[in-house]
Design a protein around this ligand. Structure first.
Ligand SMILES: NC(=O)c1ccc[n+]([C@@H]2O[C@H](COP(=O)([O-])OP(=O)(O)OC[C@H]3O[C@@H](n4cnc5c(N)ncnc54)[C@H](OP(=O)(O)O)[C@@H]3O)[C@@H](O)[C@H]2O)c1
Length: 251
């Protein structure tokens, strides 16, 4: 998966964003990481250690002015942008009848509006440059509903649809757009949830018997970002250990 010289933006710097940024850099990409508040000094240093350029920009992906400023800074800092990974996300779990309008708006704004705003801002540069590549991170719950997911599943279902719409509108500009829908991924929150016996029971129903490591999401992103997937656009790859074929999401 050759990505030498590719200039990439990865939004979000949690466990998954960090693994994606490092995975891309490992294949030769220079990477800009975008977060709302957190520092990314460790990931930036790790990327620099493997000989690639890394920059970190603070931006609010729900705000158009902030996104446009961020893309301008990255284009200036890295010398262009060939790849965008829309990875930043927000989940607030609650039964639908308890979801406040504010929480609904926050979750849909980060997951769906943020993907739209970053996609459009970056696509304008890619159109002018003659092409590019976008990978949107959705989620297994975009494809199968489960109780207690709040606005997350509906927002990620929007990301799946938006992926197709971006791909159809931007193919003529040489821009491919695909998505990845992860099932549960191991991070601090997942580790805490998995202390619960009922959750362990649910995870045991996943055919591969475990949650994903973030690197297993990153490797699929690298594939979609590379010319190895040159004839794929408008599609979303579900990376969930086979979970969607089961009832693991149901209590
Ligand atoms: N973890 C899972 O089990 C799982 C399962 C399915 C899908 N996913 C999806 O995979 C992606 C990554 O998940 P994750 O678990 O790594 O997420 P995470 O640890 O919660 O990290 C989310 C990242 O998004 C950034 N962010 C949030 N709101 C933002 C905003 N308004 N502007 C800019 N950045 C913003 C955060 O910035 P700060 O660092 O500054 O807070 C953070 O770096 C998300 O799209 C998520 O929905 C995750």
């Amino acid at each position: 998966m050759e990505l030498t010289g590719v200039k990439a933006i990865v939004t979000g710097g949690g466990v998954v964003g960090g693994a994606i940024a490092l995975g891309l850099a490992g294949q030769g990409a220079d990477v800009a990481i975008v977060t709302l508040r957190s520092s990314q000094a460790e990931t930036v240093a790790a990327i620099e250690r493997i000989g690639r350029r890394a920059v970190h920009v603070h931006a609010d992906i729900t705000d158009r002015d902030s996104v446009d400023r961020m893309v301008g800074e990255v284009v200036e800092g890295l010398g262009g942008v060939d790849l965008l990974v829309n990875n930043a996300g927000l989940v607030l779990r609650a039964p639908l009848h308890e979801v406040t309008v504010e929480d609904w708006d926050r979750v849909t704004a980060v997951n769906l509006r943020g993907t739209f705003l970053c996609g459009v801002a970056v696509a304008k540069h890619m159109m002018a440059a003659g092409g590019g590549n976008i990978v949107n991170i959705a989620g297994a719950t975009a494809h199968k509903c489960f109780p207690g997911g709040g606005a997350f599943g509906p927002a990620k279902a929007g990301v799946v649809n938006l992926t197709g719409q971006m791909a159809m509108e931007w193919a003529r500009y040489g821009i491919r757009v695909n998505g990845v829908s992860p099932g549960p991924i191991m991070n601090q929150e997942t580790a805490e949830i998995l202390q619960d016996a009922e959750m362990q029971e649910r995870v045991s129903k996943i055919p591969l018997g475990r949650v994903a490591d973030a690197e297993e999401i990153a490797s699929v992103v690298c594939f979609l970002a590379s010319s190895d997937s040159s004839y794929i656009t408008g599609h979303v790859i579900v990376v969930d250990g086979g979970g969607l074929h089961t009832s693991y999401l149901y209590p």
